[in-house]
Design a protein around this ligand. Structure first.
Ligand SMILES: [Zn+2]
Length: 387
């Protein structure tokens, strides 16, 4: 997930392109949850977006640059094996600049051709998902991990041998030397953990970490927690017993349930707030809506700011290919109530509705918590905050 690392975003931001040699930026939604994508539907969307943009370019030199970048992007999409839900591509073939990354989240399809890579969707995605820092420490080494969007990365590690080794001393000196050793070892260990604590603070700032999990032997995490600066302590959500040598995948397995629990609580709060806001809305200023009818109405009006629905929700409905409205039921004559065009029946209307919300710059919240899902079930399953 390098595309969401601050240094990578910084580098992309600061990249100096050659004037007259623009960069193609492409965000392509290839989520396998959309059946159309399983049949390679995203290639069709890509082609349409590229052709549309190409038709707007008048300058011959620019057009030539665009065509070679577009060709590269088409080839990438053609042979791409999706590892995520969205594909991000930046390219300037003439400058040998290429960037390719799968993201585990859904982003709206979009394509840009300009002086620099178009980063806004990346920056927004970064802001939207909480980042968890995990430190795994014993008295000799510490490792740092970043978990966000359901993925883990090890960010760096410090490895230090203690400067004092235990050695057996003979005779009457034994007790004394034992005490000296213990004092020195304790001192060393505290210094080491202070170091870890400082590094953790730096990493928290550097990676914009929202919450922290401490892992390691119980007495180490307890001591570490005491040593942490206030700003870091306030973000500690849990301490985990585990060996400092644990594999990255093991760290993820132990830490992720804690993150999921926090997310479940956040989702319940969100859904509760959505319901309260919708119920409190006055006819003159509607801030939130519930149920398919009202939500699709808001989608059709381009007013959805945040669409909320249970993950996997599917519902059949209708689409007017002429004026593009989405409806949950059809009038008895099967015609669009706005333009009288014949309505097209859709197996699922939730996907195009969420696509539309993303396209209008809105957010989508797929609710996974059972508690929040049952709250939604009581109020029409789907809802939205409005602009
Ligand atoms: Zn219509």
């Amino acid at each position: 997930m390098k595309a969401l690392q601050p240094q990578v975003i910084q580098e992309l931001k600061e990249r100096k392109g050659r004037p007259g040699s623009p960069v193609l930026s492409l965000y392509l939604n290839l989520d396998p949850a959309n059946p159309v994508n399983l049949r390679g539907g995203y290639k069709v969307s890509l082609d349409a977006m590229l052709k549309d943009l190409e038709s707007q370019i008048k300058d011959e030199n620019e057009l030539r640059h665009f065509q070679e970048d577009a060709e590269w992007a088409r080839r990438k999409a053609e042979f791409h094996i999706a590892k995520g839900r969205s594909l991000v591509l930046f390219s300037d073939v003439s400058e040998s600049f290429f960037f390719e990354e799968d993201l585990p989240i859904r982003l709206a399809n979009q394509v840009w051709f300009g002086e620099s890579p178009y980063l806004r969707p990346l920056l927004e995605a970064r802001n939207e998902y909480e980042r968890y820092g995990v430190v795994l420490a014993d008295r000799e080494k510490a490792r740092f991990f970043l978990i966000s969007m359901g993925e883990i990365d090890e960010i760096s590690d410090i490895f230090q041998e203690p400067p004092v080794k235990h050695r057996s001393a003979a005779g009457s000196d034994h007790m004394r030397s034992q005490m000296v050793f213990q004092r020195r070892a304790a001192k060393w260990s505290e210094e080491f953990l202070k170091n870890v604590s400082d590094t953790l603070h730096d990493i928290m700032v550097e990676y914009d970490i929202d919450r922290v999990i401490l892992g390691g032997p119980e007495e180490v995490t307890a001591e570490l927690q005491r040593l942490l600066p206030k700003a870091v302590v306030a973000r500690v959500v849990d301490r985990l017993r585990m060996p400092a040598s644990a594999k990255t995948s093991e760290v993820f397995e132990v830490a992720f349930p804690i993150i999921e629990k926090i997310e479940r609580e956040q989702q319940s709060t969100l859904v509760q707030d959505l319901i309260t806001t919708a119920h409190k809305s006055k006819a003159t200023s509607v801030k939130a809506v519930l149920g398919f009818d009202a939500t699709l109405d808001a989608i059709n009006q381009g007013r959805v700011y945040r669409l909320v629905y249970p993950t996997g929700l599917s519902m059949n409905g209708y689409h007017c290919t002429s004026c593009d409205v989405l409806l949950d039921h059809s009038p008895s004559d099967g015609r669009c109530p706005y333009c009288s065009n014949t309505l097209l029946e859709l197996e699922d209307i939730v996907w195009p509705a969420s696509e539309r919300a993303l396209d209008m710059g809105g957010k989508i919240e797929e609710i996974r918590s059972a508690e929040a899902i049952s709250m939604l079930a009581g109020v029409g399953q789907i809802g939205a905050y409005l602009r």
